[in-house]
Ligand binder design. Structure first.
Ligand code: PMP
Length: 461
């Protein structure tokens, strides 16, 4: 049972002393105090099915016993020393991590957050190419540090200071909301509930070439000599509401960048570690091998851990001056990372993500076919997005107040969902990969009740 201070006391402290930048999702804050695999428990002992997995951090589920065991063992042995000495875990972990990666991705830098990983990737790309300008996608999210705030392609996360110097954002190849997506071209529907199919790549949009012209023009017009240092992209946009790209886009974009001598960076912070089901790494679904991969979130199952992996050639640029990160590669973090990775492979979470995720997508596709308020259902494996709208044919985003009523109603029924997208009108469904088919049935039933109640409220107006 919860034995902490009462909510009133926490609210007082929060108001007086805790960072005012922190925002709460629900109008009445949810006080969580325990987690067990796919479930979270509030201070009154109510259980919730967690479809947001601590912002996509826990792939294995909260408090996985094998991770606890490894962390406890390491905590009792040695937490930290400088990496100027040897500790075994950083070596064992680096080996295990590169064993999951293709090509010449052989050098691991351990850091502590996704923003830090992308900061480092940006630094390496600039140093290695001797160029400054980089390209990322509008609506992408790569972090909130001064460097990565620039890479992030959404004004919602930007402050009025000179971030993004030398960074160019290209038109987002968004099959649902983009210029050449479903509603201006042909309707795009990758989750075909009636046919029982989730199409490969999740995307049937064939507008790649139009979006690639945008990239080409951006390089020609905005980047000095048309030669970028790098191109950054998530394999599926996460914070941006699970946006997949039209078929073939990423592969061709990589080719375009490489033709001009730039490096390709895959931000796998959300899509890595089996999240997309068919592959262990999201980029594998696009048939590409990046030059630099950044990863965080699922890598530590909730423990603050992140990494950059690159080729020995690119890595060598960072040995020309001193480079150091106090906590990067500490014994405890490496032991946790190793236990998480081993357990993910042992329990084959990737297969589960594919199987349960596909069923989930198809059930959500039925909701889209049933309710005019569901505009789009998309994703791969357990990386799922569900976009709510005022009108299915115009794609007008659902009014935020109406959206929040549905989100809060789901919480009242014991279901936690993430919220995302530029318009804040999408559910982000990225649960711990241990969820079962019964959990899926429960989630879909709750959503059906909430969407029905919303429909009735609309009819009464
Ligand atoms: N990249 C992606 C794709 C992310 O989703 C996030 C976090 N939402 C980050 C980078 C930044 O990670 P962090 O919050 O750990 O700095």
């Amino acid at each position: 049972p919860y034995q902490g201070p009462p909510m009133s006391e926490l609210l007082r402290i929060r108001k007086a002393h805790v960072s005012p930048a922190l925002f709460t999702l629900y109008s009445s804050p949810l006080l969580l105090h325990a987690g067990h695999r796919q479930y979270l428990f509030d201070h009154q002992g109510r259980r919730y099915l967690d479809l947001f997995a601590g912002i996509v951090t826990t792939g294995l589920g909260h408090c996985h016993p094998k991770v606890i065991e490894a962390a406890t063992h390491q905590m009792k042995t040695l937490w930290h020393t400088s990496n100027v000495y040897f500790n075994p875990t950083i070596h064992q972990y680096s080996q295990a991590l590169v064993d999951t990666l293709p090509g010449n991705l052989k050098n691991v830098y351990l850091v502590n957050s996704g923003s830090e990983a992308n900061d480092l990737a940006l630094l390496m790309a600039r140093l290695h190419t001797g160029r400054f300008d980089v390209v990322s996608l509008r609506n992408g999210y790569h972090g909130a540090s001064p460097y990565t705030m620039g890479l992030t392609g959404s004004s919602k996360w930007k402050y009025q200071l000179p971030n993004g110097f030398g960074i160019h954002h290209v038109t987002n190849p968004d099959p649902y909301r983009g210029l050449w997506g479903g509603y201006r071209d042909s309707p795009v529907q990758s989750v075909r509930a009636g046919e029982g199919k989730v199409l490969d790549d999740g995307v049937t949009c064939t507008s790649s070439s139009k979006y690639l012209v945008q990239l080409q023009e951006l390089l020609d017009y905005s980047v000095p000599q048309g030669k970028p240092a790098a191109f950054f992209a998530e394999s599926i946009q996460g914070v941006g509401a699970t946006v997949q790209y039209p078929l073939g886009y990423l592969k061709k974009a990589f080719e375009l960048i490489r033709d001009r001598g730039g490096l390709c960076v895959s931000d796998e912070v959300q899509t890595g570690f089996g999240r997309t089901g068919e592959h262990f790494w999201g980029f594998e679904g696009h048939g590409v091998v990046p030059d630099i991969v950044t990863m965080a979130k699922g890598i530590g199952n909730g423990y603050p851990l992140a990494a950059v992996v690159t080729t020995p050639e690119i890595a060598s640029t960072l040995s020309k001056a001193l480079h150091f990160n106090t906590y990067g590669g500490n014994a405890l973090g490496s032991a946790v990372g190793l236990a998480v990775l081993k357990t993910m492979l042992e329990e084959n979470v990737q297969k589960r993500s594919h199987e349960v995720g596909t069923k989930f997508l198809l059930e959500l596709g039925k909701l889209r076919d049933e309710f005019g308020s569901v505009g789009d259902v998309r994703g791969k494996g357990l990386m799922i997005g569900m976009e709510l709208v005022e009108n299915q044919s115009t794609h007008e985003p659902m009014n935020p107040k109406r959206f929040m009523e549905i989100l809060e109603h789901c919480r009242d029924m014991g279901l936690l969902l993430g919220k995302g997208g530029f318009h804040g009108n999408s559910f982000r469904i990225k649960p711990p990969m241990c969820i079962t088919e019964d959990d899926v049935k429960f989630a879909v039933a709750v959503l059906r009740v909430a969407l029905t109640a919303d429909k009735q409220r609309q009819q009464q107006q």
